[in-house]
Design a protein around this ligand. Structure first.
Ligand code: IPM
Ligand code: MG
Length: 373
């Protein structure tokens, strides 16, 4: 079967790492037609939209997408970089990857963080965690105001705790909301529990802060308590986000599946990535009911652009996740074996691992290992 895969290089080193991922996909005999999609900073500057509508249409005609990296800048800096014709029109930059997650309802961000034997960057060698991050709601849903309009203010004034802001002018107030739906909580929890069951993880840890953020974190934790009843043999652990950051450094080997909301999951997954080698190893799948986008979690690394330097393992592992999603477990397993072998052999190492291998060297070494896997 020939798949149709969208390739979305985006910004900076995105193109280099996607090239590396594709090299390994070719080596494993994955048959696909690749379609290039426009996305990223260049299109923000020239068109005022980093996620053009034509790209959305292109994605709809594919099985799933592999995404490289994106440059994001704060609102004012972004507006200053628009071509002169587009300036002053009130265009507001928003991250196209966040946009894609929302447009395609890619509710689950799956981020496996595993220590490969032989990786000099491991905090410990026995870490095997998977972070499930809710991907479309919460603080990243983009429902925010500055200045705060009167009607919003009025609606909020029904809450007694708004009183202390009564004297603050609308222009001096910024509000970002944290909206959770029961359905959203249940979707991410379901995926986390199902994954734990399928991969024999004994625990699911829900990571929130219900002692302070009572309503939203509270909803997530209550739903987790209800759902664990459907999974005999899996224990539910409840840990606050701040404590979890400490435990992940102290005893990461004790944890299996972690599940959290959008922002906490974002933070948690960077920390989880660092204890198994850093963002050069961190792969991700943004998975919805009908579509998925696979991406390394690192950014566009502007300082390494054009140097063929960054570690492509995050992207190669994302490509492996894509094969799992497409129902190609044998090919996926070969990539996994090849990655483990190359890291274990300790010969080919990119700069982050203390070596001098290029992005292409690493991709080639894994592609060669795939052929023997
Ligand atoms: C990630 C990134 C993104 C996010 C940025 C680039 C918008 O940090 O995928 O973790 O916050 O989701
Ligand atoms: Mg992040």
């Amino acid at each position: 079967m020939t798949y149709r895969i969208a390739l979305l290089p985006g910004d900076g080193v995105g193109g280099d790492v996607l090239e590396a991922g594709k090299r390994v996909l070719d080596a494993v005999g994955f048959e696909a037609e690749y379609e290039h999609g426009d996305i990223g900073w260049e299109f923000w500057k020239s068109e005022g939209n980093p996620l053009p509508e034509r790209t959305i249409e292109l994605l709809k005609a594919t099985d799933c997408a592999l995404f490289g990296a994106i440059t994001s800048k704060p609102k004012d800096e972004a507006a200053d970089e628009l071509v002169p014709e587009l300036r002053g029109k009130g265009l507001v930059y928003s991250s196209p990857i966040v946009g894609l997650r929302q447009r395609f309802n890619l509710h689950t961000n799956l981020r496996p963080c595993k220590a490969y034997e032989g990786n000099p960057l491991n905090l410990r060698d026995d870490i095997d965690l998977v972070v499930f991050r809710e991907n479309t709601e919460g603080l990243y849903a983009g429902i925010e105001w500055h200045p705060v309009p009167d009607d919003v203010r009025q609606a909020m004034s029904s809450h007694p705790k708004m009183k202390r802001f009564d004297g603050v002018a609308g222009d001096d107030l910024a509000i970002s909301t944290r909206v959770f739906s029961r359905q959203g909580c249940r979707a991410i929890l379901r995926d986390a529990f199902e994954y734990a069951k399928q991969h024999a993880y004994p625990t699911v840890t829900v990571v929130e802060k219900p002692n302070v953020i009572r309503e939203t974190s509270g909803l997530m934790v209550r739903e987790a308590r209800a759902m664990v009843k459907e999974y005999p043999g899996i224990e539910l652990w409840e840990t606050n986000i701040d404590a979890m950051c400490m435990w992940l450094v102290k005893n990461p080997q004790n944890y299996g599946v972690l599940v959290s909301s959008n922002m906490f999951g974002d933070i948690l997954s960077d920390l989880a990535a660092q204890i198994v080698g850093g963002l050069g190893f961190a792969c991700a799948g943004n998975i919805g009911d009908d579509y998925a986008v696979f991406e390394p979690t690192h950014g566009s690394a502007p300082k390494y652009v054009g140097q063929n330097k960054v570690n492509p393992i995050a992207t190669i592992r994302s490509a492996k996740m894509m094969l799992d999603y497409l129902g190609e477990p044998d090919k996926a397993a070969k990539i996994e074996t090849a990655v483990a072998r190359v890291i274990g052999e300790k010969k080919v190492r990119t700069y982050d691992m203390g070596g001098a291998a290029t992005t292409t060297d690493m991709a080639e070494a894994i592609a060669d290992a795939v052929k023997e896997a």
